[in-house]
Design a protein around this ligand. Structure first.
Ligand code: PHE
Length: 459
């Protein structure tokens, strides 16, 4: 595999991996989890999950990708050729493609809202003297009309797919690496600017206080499960992304420092998001029943209400949706790369052929996901529309199962010394740290993930 491409520098590989990890999980999932699960008390559990489970599982995935230089299925096949462990890779591969189908749609929404902020159409319905509840209705209707309409999202889906294809066709170095190096610093700058603005709003301190006040009485098994799920989703575990990207890491890279840096940056983005969302929402006294922070409603309904009440509405709105576009785009690129590398390695397809094979079918699947929110909402799978079915099947079942089996595989099955040699670069780095990682991957992570499954089955 001497011709295998690799990222040009440590900063680049961290930027690309952080780009994948930072997504809607940080922006709309995290604040909602914090609010529901006891503020800073959730934060403490979440940090624990990242340190004890997230980083070790990430190292397990990194070792598979970097150690074999292969895709998410090929890595398992290379290490245990005569056993069916590659099935784990197939679960990740399928899950990643299923996620790609609907995540492209959400990425398309973010672009539509960015455009609406720039040309002002997003705020056309809010005139002088409008009441708070009318304003909420305006944005809620606007969002559900847009999402449910047959045609409006299609243009944006095609644009999102075209942008992804453009970047992915250019390959790892001039596509993914250049995109990440340009966009990730921009993302952090926007985040800091918005943080400054949010914290200087009137009564911002009430929001900060809510965010940082720990309510330990809320802690229970459910909170722990949410924190674990959030950590795994946010760090992109079980999706094959980390195996795929780490196959482009140079052999000399210290995987431990990479895993710690990526997890830290991902957490930092979520934390800064908290310092933006809570003060902003509190400052304008929006909601209170919790619904205003729920997933899509937070970014497409609640935040536009905040921006509409601020001076320079369109500027802040455009900056925020640009941030969201960057977060979504770097994630869609990374998740598409999982299938592209698979086709390149497994079928020996050229980069171009593999990219087209992955992106072109999305011209059908993503519009179908979009339509399933509107005209096709009657077409259900297990009682859910296509979009929600893909979302819940992957996040609730496929990703945790893939993560669980990956831990068992790396902890117990891979050839002796493989995991150690990868994490320590053959005994040169992180040597004292490794035994702890091994214990966590062998015992704690599988036990925790299994307990979550058991608890969910019982309740
Ligand atoms: N970690 C990503 C997030 O927080 C998860 C993800 C990655 C989803 C790539 C889709 C594609 O949103």
């Amino acid at each position: 595999m001497s011709e295998k491409v690799s990222f040009g520098s440590k900063i680049s590989l961290i930027a690309a991996t952080v780009g994948s990890a930072v997504g809607l999980g940080n922006v709309w999932r995290f604040p909602n989890e914090v609010q529901e699960n006891g503020g800073a008390a959730f934060l403490v559990v979440y940090i624990g999950c990242i340190l004890l489970l997230g980083i070790p599982v990430m190292l397990a995935e990194f070792s598979l990708g970097r150690g074999t230089g292969l895709d998410t299925v090929g890595a398992f096949k290379r290490l245990t050729p005569s056993k069916p462990w590659w099935g784990i890779g197939v679960i990740s591969l399928l899950a990643s493609y299923m996620i790609t189908c609907f995540y492209m749609v959400v990425a398309a929404w973010t672009m539509h809202y960015l455009w609406g902020s720039i040309d002002g159409s997003l705020y056309a319905g809010v005139g002088e003297g409008i009441t708070a509840s009318d304003m909420k209705d305006v944005f809620a209707t606007q969002f559900s009309d847009f999402v449910g309409s047959a045609w409006s999202p299609m243009l944006w889906i095609v644009i999102v797919l075209a942008v992804n294809m453009f970047i992915l066709l250019k390959g790892v170095k001039s596509g993914i690496e250049r995109m990440s190096n340009a966009l990730m610093p921009l993302l952090f700058v926007i985040l800091l600017v918005l943080c400054g603005v949010a914290l200087s709003l009137p009564n911002a301190d009430e929001g900060v206080e809510f965010f940082l006040r720990p309510d330990f009485s809320k802690l229970n098994a459910g909170v722990f499960i949410s924190a674990l799920g959030q950590a795994f989703f946010s760090l992109s575990l079980g999706m094959g992304i980390l195996i795929t990207y780490s196959s482009y890491f140079p052999k000399k890279d210290n995987l431990t420092t990479t895993a710690v840096s990526v997890s830290f940056c991902d957490f930092l983005v979520a934390l800064l998001m908290g310092f933006i969302i809570f003060p902003a929402v509190r400052s304008f006294g929006i909601g209170g029943d919790g619904s205003e922070l729920q997933s899509a409603a937070l970014v497409f309904v609640t935040l536009p209400q905040v921006f509409a009440q601020m001076p320079l509405t369109q500027v802040w709105s455009a900056l925020f949706f640009l941030l969201l576009v960057i977060a979504a785009l770097t994630s869609t690129v990374s998740i598409s790369e999982v299938s592209i590398l698979f086709f390149q390695e497994k079928m020996r397809f050229s980069r171009k052929k593999a990219t087209l094979l992955v992106i072109l079918p999305l011209l059908i699947f993503s519009p179908l996901c979009s339509l399933s929110q509107g005209v096709l909402s009657d077409m259900t799978l297990f009682g859910k529309n296509l979009f929600d079915f893909l979302d819940s099947t992957t996040t609730n079942y496929m990703l945790p199962i893939a993560a669980l089996l990956t831990c068992i595989y790396v902890g117990w099955v891979v050839p002796k010394g493989f995991f150690r040699n990868e994490v320590t670069n053959n005994g040169k780095v992180a040597v004292r740290f490794f035994p702890i990682v091994r214990v966590l991957v062998r015992y704690l992570a599988p036990i925790m993930i299994l307990s979550v499954f058991a608890y969910q089955l019982m309740s």
